[in-house]
Design a protein around this ligand. Structure first.
Ligand SMILES: OCN(O)CCCc1ccccc1
Ligand code: NI
Length: 182
């Protein structure tokens, strides 16, 4: 199982590299890895398991964060009234709103062992295409928190960290044309 020992921390160059596309169909090893990434998220959200294995809770994980520079992400969380749980190969944003959105609480990252305060402006709504664990091509139309999380994960595949989006001069400046998400 994946634990915090497997999570690569900032300073490791893999986190600032562009990850490689996964050749389709994915190998059984790539499928197992994606399943393990999803399992990490579920384990990290289970208070007993998280405490037992000292897991930091996470709602998303990108393969570079476990030292694998491949375009694979997992997301798992409850958003409003729906459960979001996906393992995706080669996720890509195919369209997005002009309007932006940001979490008023800012963002964090399993690969960043420090608080980095500030608003992280992202697209408010995105359409994402990718291939799931079963090998099916899927298209997701996302808004709100789900849209934010997926963008955070896809950024990892392009070597971008959440704090790269924070305004260095005024981290809490209200991004223009943006929705504040509490
Ligand atoms: O890359 C995933 N990860 O570092 C875990 C935190 C994910 C995350 C946290 C806040 C807002 C969006 C996404
Ligand atoms: Ni992250």
């Amino acid at each position: 199982m994946i634990t915090m020992d497997d999570i690569v921390r900032e300073g490791n160059p893999i986190l600032t590299q562009v990850a490689t596309k996964v050749e389709l169909p994915p190998t059984s090893e790539e499928i197992d890895t994606l399943k393990e990434m999803l399992m990490y998220l579920k384990n990290s959200q289970d208070p007993e398991i998280a405490e037992q294995y000292e897991l930091r809770p996470g709602v998303g994980l990108a393969a570079p964060q476990i030292g694998i520079s491949k375009r694979m992400i997992a997301v798992h969380f409850d958003d409003l009234d729906e459960k979001i749980s996906h393992g995706l190969f080669n996720p890509r944003i195919v369209s997005h709103s002009v309007e932006k959105a940001y979490l008023t609480s800012g963002e964090g990252c399993l690969s960043v062992d420090r608080e980095v305060p500030g608003y992280v402006p992202r697209y408010a709504r995105i359409t994402v295409k990718g291939t799931n664990i079963e090998g099916e091509e899927l298209k997701l139309r996302l808004k709100g928190y789900a849209s934010i999380v997926i963008q955070h994960e896809i950024d990892h595949l392009n070597g971008i960290m959440f704090y790269d989006h924070i305004n260095p001069d005024n981290p809490f400046e209200k991004p223009e044309n943006a929705i504040a998400l509490d």
